[in-house]
Design a protein around this ligand. Structure first.
Ligand code: AMP
Ligand code: GLY
Length: 421
């Protein structure tokens, strides 16, 4: 069975790597893909928003399944476009992807169904937002409503910072329409954790829990990025808390979406905060696989990913078993100099062949004219180490990461340390 995967980052590389192990997988296409993905799939130069071209391509090649990686095309209705052409597609429709695409939608949904999340108010008028801010304690969290490439959230520790965030979103409109509304919400203290789950309507099958590292520098310093590294499982977090998050947050949310006439199908990814007394609360929902969470979760999946995708798209997730390995996985992201700000491209990469004995997922690489590897993005590679526990997996990941060199290479040196103290 031939498959089209839409996207071109480390997440899509990990998805394709896992799909290609399925006995039922035939030819895999990826639009647009990247140079690493091209080792496993045929990359086609079609952008993720070119819905007509993507569906025509899928029809011409008679693919049996399309899999959507990134958030923006999901929010723009790519699944509806594939369904309109009767092409089976893994991912939520536009009205379900809104759980990620609109924070006011998500907060109102959780509030309506009494699902644990931070207390909040929403505003579309700057003066009222400012007046409300004046009545709140610090720290306080300011969020643009729409998708803002991971930059729409400010955790403000001073009034000045909070007012500046509000001004940026509502007056200077730095996120455009995505900032037409803001959510001002209570600050939650505690440990962050992500749980990704396969969801088809009311059926929820949690994947392994993972933790990301968003700030660019060690010790969670510096600006936020798409994610500098991940690990799974989370040995320092009680299994009972993870189960509670599934039963009090993810399952009720899937039910609520069905009740709202927006059944969710695909991967529901909950960003959670565990309070010091062990209670999970929702920070956000994403309507897709995380990047780089996927790079540590899928290597721990023992079951056939293609079978799971088909079960979800055909509405029979409740009928299948999904098995996970007890092994640990750690992913260290190697980024370009300057990331998450401006960065150079085309910098030669060496050592990939030596590191490839482990798992290396490409995020931003290209081929040079002489057939070598060069950088082409902010996040360049995700090096994954596996082991019996986090300490072993972490050593393997860093051993792999050290073999790869390029001028200006930056990576955090403390990925997964929180699990070891
Ligand atoms: P988001 O883009 O919604 O995941 O937010 C980015 C980051 O901001 C999260 O990973 C948290 O570290 C932080 N954050 C968001 N909301 C809150 C909150 N209510 N309390 C504390 N931290 C938060
Ligand atoms: N790594 C965070 C995300 O994919 O949203």
């Amino acid at each position: 069975m031939d498959i089209l995967v839409v996207g071109g980052g480390g997440r899509e590389h990990a998805i394709i790597w896992k799909l290609s192990q399925s006995p039922a997988a035939g030819k895999i296409y990826c639009a647009p893909g990247n140079a690493g993905i091209a080792q496993l799939a045929e990359c086609v130069p079609i952008g993720v928003f070119e819905f007509d071209k993507l569906t025509s391509f899928a029809k011409e090649k008679q693919v049996s399944l399309a899999v959507i990686g990134p958030d923006d095309p999901l929010a723009a209705g790519i699944v509806d476009a594939f369904e309109a052409q009767q092409i089976p597609v893994f991912g939520p429709r536009k009205n379900a992807a809104e759980i990620e695409g609109s924070k006011t939608f998500m907060k109102d949904l959780l509030h309506k169904y009494s699902i644990p999340t931070a207390a909040y108010e929403k505003f579309s008028d700057y003066e009222s937002a400012l007046a409300y801010l004046g009545t709140r304690e610090l720290p306080i969290v300011i969020k643009a409503d729409g998708l803002a490439a991971g930059k729409g959230v400010t955790v403000a520790y001073s009034r000045g910072e909070a007012e500046l965030a509000l001004q940026d979103i509502m007056v200077a409109k730095v996120f455009g329409e995505a900032g037409a509304q803001v959510v001002i919400e209570e600050f939650l203290a505690g440990q962050e954790m992500s749980i990704l789950a396969f969801v088809d309507g009311e059926t929820v099958r949690p994947m392994a829990a993972a933790q990301d590292h968003k700030p660019v520098f060690d010790g969670d310093k510096g600006p936020n990025t798409g994610g500098m590294g991940t690990y799974s499982p989370l040995p320092h977090i009680d299994e009972a808390i993870i189960r509670e998050a599934v039963t009090t947050i993810i399952e009720p949310t899937a039910k609520a979406m069905v009740a709202e006439g927006r059944p969710f199908s695909g991967v529901l990814f909950a960003g959670l905060m565990i309070s010091p007394d062990g209670k999970p609360k929702t920070i956000e929902f994403n309507a897709r696989f995380g990047d780089p969470e996927t790079q540590v979760v899928l290597p721990r999946l023992k079951s056939d990913l293609l079978e799971i995708f088909l079960a979800v798209t055909e509405g029979r997730l409740a009928d299948i078993e999904i098995e996970w390995s007890s092994d640990a996985a750690v992913c260290v992201v190697l980024a370009s100099e300057g990331y998450p700000g401006p960065y150079p491209k085309g910098v030669p990469i060496s050592g990939l062949e030596e590191a490839a004995q482990g798992l290396v997922f490409h995020a931003g690489t290209a081929r040079s004219e002489d057939g070598g590897w060069v950088t082409s993005g902010g996040r360049v590679l995700g090096v994954v180490g596996m082991g019996a526990d986090i300490a072993e997996a972490r050593s393997a990941a860093y051993a792999g990461a050290e073999k790869i060199t390029f001028t200006g290479k930056q990576n955090r040196s403390d990925i997964a340390m929180k699990a070891l103290v």
